[in-house]
Design a protein around this ligand. Sequence first.
Ligand code: ADP
Length: 214
Amino acid sequence: MALTFIFLGPPGCGKGTQAARLAEREGWVHFDMGSMLRAEIAAGGETAEEIVSYTSEGKLVPLPLIRDLVEKFFRDHAEDNVLLDGFPRSLDQAELIDEVLQRNVDAVVLFQLGEDEIRTRIIYRRFCPECGAVYNLRTNPPREDERCDNCGVRLSRREDDTEPVLLKRVRVYRQQTEPVVERYRECGLLRVVDASDDATGVEHRLKEVLGLND
Ligand code: ADP
């Protein structure tokens, strides 16, 4: 039976970075809902405008659109071990896993991070549009003013990494995603990781809670 892992946590908690590393190392498929939605927007298809009207305001994209993307993805990956990142973000999305995908969840990891740290990570986050390298102007700045160390290209900012949109994203997380956390806590699947350390430290803790060897 294919394994299913879920990573949950507030914006900026680093679950995307950890998910990419772990999936690569273990040979699992990384299902990254945020990137998938950004790819839909970039492709400019018929749903692009609707999706951007939600993401640009930090709101959850409606269930029917999410359901289509999830079903499409799992048609190709039904037999694979998957790591779900950015999904489920609400109780009705969690039901899709049981009812539509009919997958058992093996473990859920919550990456915990305080509000001040969330703000610093998101407001000062920049990325290179060329190679995708991620920087933080406060804690991990590029050598030359806002230019990528690898490509020399001017760094970009995610459209939803602004103060007002971040506030909304955090509110949505508290209201809609924390009930998902509680649901998995109640059924004994939740493992908690302190996400305030650097990426290597968090990776170490993550492997520990999942019982994976270094
Ligand atoms: P973060 O976790 O840092 O907020 P993501 O890249 O995971 O960033 O998500 C960015 C945005 O994409 C969210 O604010 C939301 O608008 C949309 N989104 C991502 N995942 C989902 C989901 N499962 N359901 C609905 N909307 C989503």
